[in-house]
Design a protein around this ligand. Sequence first.
Ligand SMILES: Nc1ncnc2c1ncn2[C@@H]1O[C@H](COP(=O)(O)OP(=O)(O)O)[C@@H](O)[C@H]1O
Ligand SMILES: [Mg+2]
Length: 382
Amino acid sequence: MAGNIFEGVKGDNAIFKDERFLYPEFVPEKLPHRDAEIDSLVFAIKPVTEGKKPQNSLVIGKSGTGKTVAVKYVLKELEEFSDRAKSLYLNCFEFNTRHGILTEISNFLGEATPRRGIATDEAYTKLLIALKRASFTPIIILDEVDQLTNANEASKLFYDLLRIVEHEKQRLGLVFISNDFSFSAKLDSRVKSSLAHQTILFEPYSPQQLKDILRERAQYAFHSKALGKESINVAAAHAAKLGGDARIAIDCLLRAGRLAERENSKHLLPEHLKRVFVEVDSSGLKKYFSGLSDHEKTILSLIPSNSETSTGDLFKQYGKAVEKPLTERSFRSMLSKLESLNLISAPFTDRGERGRTRKISLLVPKEAVLRQLDLGEMNLKP
Ligand SMILES: Nc1ncnc2c1ncn2[C@@H]1O[C@H](COP(=O)(O)OP(=O)(O)O)[C@@H](O)[C@H]1O
Ligand SMILES: [Mg+2]
């Protein structure tokens, strides 16, 4: 009788002690180099534990700077510390309408509200009733809040929340998280003064900081001798080059570890890392591609693969490539968005003849951009 197909595949192995410590959703006990940011969040939310009103926060920073994990960490600690608060995490990739968010919040508060078949105003009313009954202060996290693609819906939602806090005087904590540095400027001043009392900026990690983060995670994920110091350096350097993105650094270790294990290697070596770079580098693109406009996709596809271009040249090319190009101002803000997602690097130079210009290069593999564009076109066909 033939053996079971799973038998040949070894379960316990030389590389990982427990790879789950490297999963993107894992919230570690320690977050190196985020003390100040965490303190600001704690300070904002602390009043809730004394039965007072929390301060609402806006958390801003480029992709992979630890925004999501820091907020989740703080709320996990809060719930352990006090039963006066409970948090609801909503990613606006998934919940991207006013209706969806309102019903999700009232469900969380224990007021069973169907997602479909009820009007949005009714969902709001139900939420308010539930809030008045709640025995705790809800802290609502709206992550990737710039993904509320419909601006009108988003501003209506913000007014609902404003009304709850200002007019109904209900206790509700809010944390908005965004990659978009202009998000705050897009909010109306009344909304901003009530819903975003403070802005907490998350800076990209330096190579040294990335090393510290990797070391911290690696000691739980890997067997002690499996991972050489050199491998941490290589992964950190790669992620630093791609915009100081901790997600890339950690994902490199996870995928390279799996590769080393599959090949029955005793160590995770720099060569394993180098073989997973292309795959890792494309993953950010996969995540964010569907949230890009056609103009942004076109711009991305016009950037050369292994060299840099200037704002002026790219703008000219863009003008030729699309039928109705947007203004230069919009073009610049699209560049900023691509930069905040770590899809391009675009530092300013002072060489420009007309104002400041940027030196633009791709941070994701060109083939991956073209592949995503092809896939998109295939989807358009019936
Ligand atoms: N200071 C840190 N210490 C440990 N892990 C971190 C730290 N900052 C980020 N990470 C990890 O890096 C990855 C990306 O962080 P994340 O919070 O998702 O970034 P963002 O939300 O800013 O895009 C996650 O796996 C997260 O756990
Ligand atoms: Mg995030």
